[in-house]
Design a protein around this ligand. Sequence first.
Ligand SMILES: *[C@@H]1O[C@H](CO)[C@@H](O)[C@H](O)[C@H]1NC(C)=O
Ligand SMILES: *[C@@H]1O[C@H](CO)[C@@H](O)[C@H](O)[C@H]1NC(C)=O
Ligand SMILES: *[C@@H]1O[C@H](CO)[C@@H](O)[C@H](O)[C@H]1NC(C)=O
Length: 386
Amino acid sequence: MAQTMSLLLILLSLSLTVSNGAHNVIDFGAKPDGVSDNKKAFLDAWAKVCSSTQPASIYVPPGRFLVSQADFMGPCKQNSVEIYIDGTIVAPSGYTSTTKWILFQYVDGFSIFGGTLDGQGHSMWNCKTSGSNCLEASTSLTIAQSKDVKIQGLTSVNSEGFHMSIYQSSGVTVQNIQISAPSNSPNTDGIHVQLSDHVIIQGSNIKTGDDCISLGAGSRNVLITDIYCGPGHGISIGSLGSIAHEQGVQNVTVSSVVFHDTTNGVRIKTWGKHYQGYVQFIMFQNIVMYNVSNPIIIDQRYCPHNNNCPNQNSGVKISNVIYSNIRGYSDTEVAMKFDCSPSNPCQGISLQDIKLTYQNQQAKSFCNNASGFNSGTITPPSCLGS
Ligand SMILES: *[C@@H]1O[C@H](CO)[C@@H](O)[C@H](O)[C@H]1NC(C)=O
Ligand SMILES: *[C@@H]1O[C@H](CO)[C@@H](O)[C@H](O)[C@H]1NC(C)=O
Ligand SMILES: *[C@@H]1O[C@H](CO)[C@@H](O)[C@H](O)[C@H]1NC(C)=O
């Protein structure tokens, strides 16, 4: 009898997974009322798919699902967990005391399709802009220590801090993402990558109050392509060199990007501190700039409020950076700026077919400690030494 019963249960659970496909969070008790905390239901659904020995998926139907801080932990028993989201996942309003809202950690092989994350960041932004002592803002979606991850068609709005962070992960593809937060929302970076390898960010639309995409230390083999950025602070490598023993950044391609009303276009930024590091084999190509304050910029003197770094030279070596086919207009006179480290001059900077104007006139370029090559037509005229 007991045996028949357990066989029946096994058959029943098999048929549930097979016939319904995905595990609906509603079946785990989730309520799309925008008020009840659905953390437990989501984590229970996760536990179910993560412990399944066959590919398994979660379905989040339309509606507003409030979910407080939640860690979706691996490792899972197989490497094909999929999450299909039609609804909106909402953070608790009022800022929280965690640095990560939704975290996926130690997961090898998972995908998220669709969905909206609403970070409800307003009270955090108000706190920060009022100059009070605020708790640390949380990142809406963090992928950490994971492998073989795909995020497709996700929308992220109004994060408290970063919208998305990819940390110590490998093989992460982010496609067709929409990110939006007001241009004056502090530190709401779009996508931040750090200590990660083989990352592709493709076909995304990012409007936010800080960097659209930022690549921190240890970003390697990164392809960023078909991006619209603006408003925002542009696409940035850095800031690097604020601490000792940082990993370098290498093999990054940024291609087919439109910047609109951004404070920077393509930027490489290091602290004016002596800590060693490097940025090498970087390619910026096929880029259009509409009203960008610093379309092309390398700044190795970053030292906000002159704290702990005045008069130090950056120890980060920048080399082999190609800028190719970059056009449009600058919002400031200096459209091209290479302000490199006097002790580690930039080397192998290559300019090919650049046309940047300022108020329909010729813009200017500025170089300090930078050398390289020029080819094709370059306006403003290049100031690189050879
Ligand atoms: C550079 O990065 C791209 C994108 O991840 C990758 O396809 C390519 O193999 C890398 N090149 C080298 C030399 O590692
Ligand atoms: C250019 O962009 C800045 C923001 O970086 C904005 O304040 C300004 O209005 C824009 N100018 C034009 C002409 O659109
Ligand atoms: C760096 O630039 C400064 C100012 O242009 C110049 O005086 C100095 O010689 C340069 N240093 C090197 C190592 O090229």
